[in-house]
Design a protein around this ligand. Structure first.
Ligand code: FES
Length: 169
């Protein structure tokens, strides 16, 4: 699945050593030109475009809007919705709330760690997966639960979960 198929509009990651294409950011900043108090929407749009908030992007936002860089970092680190590190193409969230935990979510976490080489809060080296542990998604009756991108997987055994993940592009 490519970026447009999974609904993402991310700018392709620059090859190592190549400068990031800041054209999409220029368009975003043009849209918000002269609008005060637009820090959060600008960061949201920039993250939508790049998948995360690379340092070059934050620096460019600061230069072009005259918002101090430390203020941008302050906002980006305060809100959990913002990410300063590149993330995987697939976000894997495994619930380890009480109901999921007693029904074996720990085994799902271990299986994903072992098979895909990505630990909680980490992104795999090939940037295919980012694994997050969450605590109760409000569907305890379906425990244990994993949400991969926007798809919910209920009551999956560890092997089945790993298989589904491995089958993703
Ligand atoms: S504990 Fe996992 S959905 Fe509630």
């Amino acid at each position: 699945m490519n970026a447009s198929e999974n609904g993402s509009t991310c700018v392709p990651e620059a090859a190592a050593g190549e400068p990031l294409d800041l054209t999409p950011l220029d368009h975003i900043l043009e849209e918000f030109k002269g609008r005060r108090g637009a820090v959060i929407p600008i960061l949201q749009r920039a993250q939508d475009a790049y998948g995360y908030l690379p340092r070059e992007v934050l620096r460019a936002i600061s230069q072009k809007t005259l918002i101090p860089l430390n203020q941008l970092y302050g906002v980006a680190t305060f809100y959990a919705q913002f990410h300063l590190q590149r993330r995987g193409r697939h976000l894997v969230r495994i619930c380890d709330g009480t109901a999921c935990h007693v029904r074996g979510s720990g085994k799902n976490v271990e299986a994903v760690e072992r098979s895909l080489g990505v630990g909680p809060g980490q992104t795999s080296e090939d940037y295919k997966y980012t694994l997050e542990i969450v605590y109760c998604l409000g569907s305890c009756g379906l425990a244990p639960i994993a949400v991969v991108d926007d798809k919910v997987y209920a009551r999956l055994a560890p092997e089945a979960l790993v298989q589904r993940l491995e089958s993703l592009e």
